[in-house]
Design a protein around this ligand. Sequence first.
Ligand code: CTP
Length: 438
Amino acid sequence: MSDYLYTLESHLNAAQSEALATVQTAANEAGLNLFLAGGALRDMIAGFPIRDLNFVVEGNGIALAKAIVKKTGWEMAAPDTRRNRAELLFPQNVRVEIAMAREEKYAKAGAKPTISPATIYEDLRNRDFTINAIAMSLNRASKGLLIDPNNGLGDLERRELRTVSKYTFYDDPVRILRLIRFAKRFQFTIDERTLQQYENVRDANLERKIGAEALRQELHHIAGEPTSAEIVKELDDQGLLTLFCPAMMGDKVNHAGLQKLQKARQNVALELNLPVENMGLFLTVLCEKLAPKERAGLKTACALDKPAVQAWERLDGRVKKLAVELKQPKMTKPSVLYGAAQKAQGAELVYLLYKSTDRTVQDRIKNYLQKYLPAAQEITDEEISEATGIEPGSAKFEKAKSTFIAKRLDARPKKIVEPEAVMPPAPQHPPLVSSVRR
Ligand code: CTP
């Protein structure tokens, strides 16, 4: 087994491994060359937790995704037919992207590219940064072989962000926002030539060519970043935040709120696989100081769709009932608290941690996230089957499972203690692109 294959296997959790095997089998059956690439590979090599699995096929990505959905019943998000790319949501919050290996040609800066099927080598040549332009073969004859035409491995080792070509930002100016985001996420430095290219793009005001759809996607990415507060601060310092919302400047930007939200989110450990709808949560806090008219400016600039707007505008109202419920005396019983919190959405729990000044509400949410939910997740179906004699897969089993979990939780010490945050606090970053321009 190649070293990289071994590293991959030891890096994935059980649910991700299952997703990997499922995609591999489907690609095999369809006779398509399959590669792991982009963020998944970068994060694996650098030793960061793998968030999404990014696959590339030399062939039809959407058709492969559809074949998997047909076989497994898993959910497919709106496919991107232009790029022949689809996202699948596997069990336990595992997100998988399957994309066609493609070449993108830009007639001018920020223009819609012409897209055509390509080999994996051509695909990697078209990517933004060298650390994102590495692929690993998952094909029988060459499984585990690393394809790294731009020496992304070297840049990962040096902890440096470097563009793949001198046209990287000109072709697709949203990549200057990605540069800032990755620099803040990984605390990587930026290669000197890349900094110069950034300067050139800013001098030519090419950031104005970033389309609403690209801004919406970038906002979505920022919302999910563990260091979103630092990213927003840098975008503000660089005069780029107004792209997302013309009124977003000066004391209208809720920097302190974003720092507080960042801290609240650290209570949701990655291993919990708890889905959190980050966009609504992030926008609620980011736009706290904006007037309704100014918020409308953000909706237009980023072409926000209705579900995103609703998630944002309804969150504050939604948590009020939950806060009252969590304060009830019966919530001292772990199983009752667990049952109530299970019904809440991840974003609601995090938002209450951000917003509520009530100590009891705070402690109960932390107890759920840090004690009861992990304890419940440790219980396996086999364990329940053995204890109850009921086989998984029926309504009867689900009922027995709830009773089993409740019993286990109530057997634990009931004393409520203020738990420590389970993840280390976000690092205080040194200025990164701040040397670029002010
Ligand atoms: N990409 C690019 N230019 C863009 C957007 C994406 O070149 N404007 C490429 C990058 O190579 C990236 C891949 O497409 O690795 C997948 O994009 P995305 O999912 O946005 O980024 P990831 O690198 O997977 O990072 P993340 O961890 O944020 O998901």
